[in-house]
Design a protein around this ligand. Sequence first.
Ligand SMILES: [Ca+2]
Length: 254
Amino acid sequence: MESICKDHFLQRQYRKVDGGVLWSRNERNLDCTVTFQTHSILQRFMLHFDLLQLDCNDHLYVYDGAHATAPPKADLSCRNTKQQVGALFTRSNFVTLKYVTDNWGTDANGFRLVITAVKDPKHGCKEFRCKQREFCVSADLTCDGVDHCADGSDEDTATLCPESGGTGAGSAWVAGCAGAAALVAGAAATAACCACRRRAATQRTRLHLQELASSNGGGSGVGAEAGATRLPGNPELPAGPCGAARAGRLRRAA
Ligand SMILES: [Ca+2]
C-alpha cells in the first residue's frame, strides 16, 4: 500500500480498474488512502481476500464511495479472517481503501486483496460470466492466475485455461499482461492479448506498484521492496504483440 500512497499526484487520481490485486506485508506507520473506480457506471466492485492477517493495532477500512468518509462499509483488523469476511460488494462504482498501521508488525501481518469490477448480467454480458454469482467481468481477467470471480471460474483449468496447468489463486502473486493492461489502461481484450497472456503465464513476473505509478505519469520514486504493495503484471518487459500494444497505451496514458 505504501508505494501507492507516497505519490501525492496519484493519490488525487481515481484509478480506473477492471481488476487488480493489492497486497501489503508488514508495512508499518502507514496512513494510506486509495480510491478505485470502475470503467462503467453499470459496474460495481467485488472485493475478496486471499490473505487477511492484520495486527490488532492495524486497520483496513473499506468505504463504498470515492472518499474515506464515515461510516466505513468494513473496518477490518485482527479479529477478521478471510473466510469470515468473504466477498464484499460496493453499491457505488467506487471503492476507497484506507490502511492504517502502527509501528509494530511481523512478516505474517498483511493482506492480499483481489478487487474486481463486476456487472450484473441484466445489463448485458459480452465478456466473461462468472459461474457461481453470474457476474460479468472483463475477459482480460480470465486465466491470469488470480481468482477474480471468487469461485475460481475465471481460472478454471478444466475448461477455460487448460494451459495454466492448475495454477490456482493460491499460487498467483502474478498475472499475465492482460491483467496489467486492464489495471493500467483499462484496455479491451484483443486477440493479440490472448496469445500474449499464454506467453506471459509462463514468464510469471511481478510488477511493483511503484512502476505502475511511474507509468501513469506519477513520477519516480524508490523501488518497492519486500513489504510493499504490488500489483500483478509486467509492463517493463512487454511480451509479444500484446506487450507492444499495451506499451503504446501506457505511453498514451502517461
Ligand atoms: Ca482471473
